[in-house]
Design a protein around this ligand. Sequence first.
Ligand code: G3P
Length: 219
Amino acid sequence: MQLFLDTANIQEIRDGARLGVISGVTTNPSLASAEGIGSTESYKAAVREISLIVDGPISVEVVSLDAQGMIAEGRDIAGWIPNPWVKIPSTIEGFEAISVLSSEGIKVNQTLCFSVNQALLGAQAGSTAVSPFIGRLDDIGLQGIDLIADIVSVYRQHDIKTKVLAASIRHTLHCTLAAQAGAHIATIPYKILVQMAQHPLTDSGVARFKADWEKTANS
Ligand code: G3P
């Protein structure tokens, strides 16, 4: 399972990229807004900077609600950077936009997916990746991870090539479960990337190795 960073924060992306474990970045209007990005021009500038740091797909979301608006935005975004994935919501208007953009060779990350049926529609429309939102399903009392497993299973059964991109990841267990469920990609906040590396037994083990080495070295 590949890991993408789910942030528009340039410093977090620099810090994450240095670890050599990040294959892409996902952004959305909320993440952009959290970084003070509030116009197409500033979103474009940030996305260009991200694209210089990470050599992989960078997801950029449209804000239009109608198909024609999404298509126009998607075509524009496609010219911003070498490897854009245009994020289009799983709506009726969105599926129309996905089919037009994908037929033009533009890669689409179908976002806000909450059902297998939406994932099936997106695959038929030509989505490169579908993003089921695990955490938001958990928020309403469902098991978000089950949706990942269900989509992976149905895609396998029908030999569908659309990638399953686990999104709305809230904690490290989501990462482990998404990998076990067969997600191709998980997009994670930087804080969770750091937590994935941490284990108290690793910390105490490193400290003990160092102490033992120094005891002998100094005797
Ligand atoms: O990739 C989508 C993700 O950013 C949504 O996460 O935590 O807002 O549900 P969250």
